[in-house]
Structure formats: C-alpha cells, structure tokens
Design a protein around this ligand. Structure first.
Ligand code: NCD
Length: 325
C-alpha cells in the first residue's frame, strides 16, 4: 500500500493503510537494528534539518540518530540561541532555512498549528515533532508499533490513556490513531485534566482508575505537563499520585498481561511508581524509545521517496516545456 503524504503533520490526515505501511517499514528497520545493521545509505546525499523551538531530549536525539542511520547530513539548529530570540518570525526563519535547500525539516513548536503553517512556506517535506497541544504523530506511531509488537495486533484492544489528557499532544495523536485502527480507548484522569468537548471523540471518560483500567490490554500513562498549566489543576502531587499514579495495586485491575507505557520524560512518584516503570515484565518504556528511532527512519524514508518522485516529475515537466537545457 502506498504512503501518499507530502508531509507528516499529524495522524489526522493518514488513512489506516498508510499507518500500516509506515509501521511495516518501521518494523523492518527495528529488526535490522536488532541484527546490528543499523546503517543504510538509503537517503545519502539528502539533508535533514531539525528545528526545536521547545526543549526536547529524546525526540530530538531520536530524529538525529534516525537521519544519520539513513545516511543523511543532519543539522540541528539551536533555536534557543537563534535569531528567533532577536525577534525573527517563524516564517522568516523558515524562509531562511528553505533557501539552504534541506530535503526534510523536523519541527517542534510550542504553538498548535505552527508546524502546518511552516509547511506551507517551504519546498521540503516537514515532519511535526510536536506542536503545542495539537499533535505528535511520530510518538503515536512509535506507541502503535510497540503495542503491535507486544500484542500481535493493533485492533480490538482496550487501551486506557491516563493522566493529563488536556495538555497532551501525545494523547491526542494516540486517540486519533487508535480510533482509526478500531480500538476501544478509555481516558482516565481528573475532570480538570480532561479537554472540553472530549465526548466528540467517541471515547469513554472516567475519573476512577479501577474502572478505567478494568480489563485493559494497554495502560498508557501521561506526564503531568506542569509547563502548560496556569493554575490549580491538581490539589497536590501527593494526592494526585494517591488517586491517579500508577502502582501495582491499580495495575491489578487491568488484564494480567497488560503492558505499561509512558512517552517520557517521567515524573517518578507523581504519575507512575518508579519500580513499576523499571519492571521489564510490565513496562515497555525502553522498547518505546527503541521503536522511536525505527518509526522516524520509516517516516523520513517514505517522505523522502515521495519528494524524490515529485522532483523527478517536475524535472520531466520542465524538460517538456523546454526550460531545461
Ligand atoms: C512528549 C512531548 O514532548 O509531547 N514527550 C516526548 O515527545 N517524548 C510528552 C511529554 O513531554 O510529556
């Protein structure tokens, strides 16, 4: 099945068959990686530029590594120290970069919609590495790959997404992806951390961990996104942990073979018990990180192929019009 996208801005525009195509490609990269054959020269000669307007550890490192393993020239702009600080607008920064002719641009931005806007101004393929509370497509795809590998399928599973849903682009992208693949999704958390209008997504919502986790195949925990909170969303971290923090007692309501996920970075002792997070019999948090590199390799590979094909067609057209000599 072909992957028809020009950019990867979110899960929303993807058809289920495109999601499967991308996950299959990522699975092949993951297997190659496990066999010690990490590097290919599939995209050698191409240039990837990373622009992170928000702090990031694992996502930026993961994209960098993925690009290098595909044989690309990879450059990460230090946006904190860049002209943005001197007042340059997002669009000006984008146009400057565009003039350097990158092939792939990876962007993280604190404002929802900023990455879509930027994609309209540049000639290369753009990947959204997280925009505000909107989307974080590669995170949802790496979560999906981890689930598919652990559970042997990606449909008809019961998945509890727990915690700070309101501020989470990870939750939003996961909700969309898991819904497209026909899973049963439950959102669990205090009403103050649920987005308004969540009913429209056709998911079950509860503030009771025992009910939310009942018979779940997957328990996905979210970080309390304190940097996006502007007031008293929770009474205290201690009380939050007591009611919503995942420990083995609360996990006992899920299926015995349920897996525990977290996108990182974790607040140990706030949304999850540290020992449980490290328990390799339940937690797949490290596998999520591993799958992150594979998913990003697959996404950049598929987009780069589309870009090459598009440029090829444009060159043929230009020849037909006699503009090439
Ligand atoms: C997530 C993000 O930045 O949205 N982290 C990540 O990409 N690994 C989730 C978070 O910050 O809590």
């Amino acid at each position: 099945m072909p992957f028809r996208q020009r950019h990867l801005l979110g899960i929303e525009p993807l058809a289920p068959d495109e999601i499967v195509t991308l996950l299959d490609a990522a699975d092949r990269y993951a297997e190659r990686g496990r066999q010690g054959r990490q590097r290919t020269d599939a995209l050698s000669g191409m240039t990837q530029v990373n622009m992170f307007f928000e702090n990031s550890t694992r996502t930026q490192a993961s994209f960098e590594l993925a690009g290098k393993r595909l044989g690309m020239d990879v450059m990460s702009m230090a946006m904190q120290a860049s002209s943005v600080k001197k007042g340059e607008t997002l669009i000006d920064t984008a146009l400057t970069l565009n003039a350097m002719r990158p092939d792939l641009l990876v962007v993280r931005h604190p404002h929802s919609g900023a990455v879509d806007l930027l994609a309209q101004k540049v000639d290369c393929a753009v990947l959204n590495a997280g925009d505000g509370r909107h989307e974080h497509p590669t995170q949802a795809l790496l979560d999906a790959l981890t689930i598919r590998r652990e559970k042997g399928r990606l449909h008809r599973l019961t998945i509890a997404i727990c915690g700070d849903v309101a501020h989470s682009r990870v939750a939003r992208s996961n909700l969309i992806l898991l819904g497209k693949m026909e899973n049963r999704v439950r959102l669990v958390g205090p009403p103050t951390l649920m987005p308004s209008g969540i009913g429209e997504f056709g998911v079950e919502v509860t503030d009771d961990m025992a009910a939310g986790l009942a018979d779940a195949d997957v328990v996905m925990m979210l970080r309390l996104q304190k940097e996006r909170m502007d007031g008293g969303f929770i009474p205290s971290e201690r009380e939050y942990y007591h009611r919503f923090g995942l420990d083995s007692e609360k996990l006992s309501h899920a299926k015995p073979e349920a897996i525990v996920m977290h996108p990182g970075p974790m607040n140990r002792g706030v949304e999850i018990d540290g020992t449980l997070a490290d328990d390799i019999n339940r937690s797949v948090i490290q596998e999520q990180v591993e799958m992150g590199v594979a998913v990003r390799m697959a996404a950049m590979d598929l987009l780069a192929r589309n870009l090459r094909a598009e440029r090829g067609r444009a060159a043929v057209e230009a020849m037909g019009q006699g503009t090439l000599v």
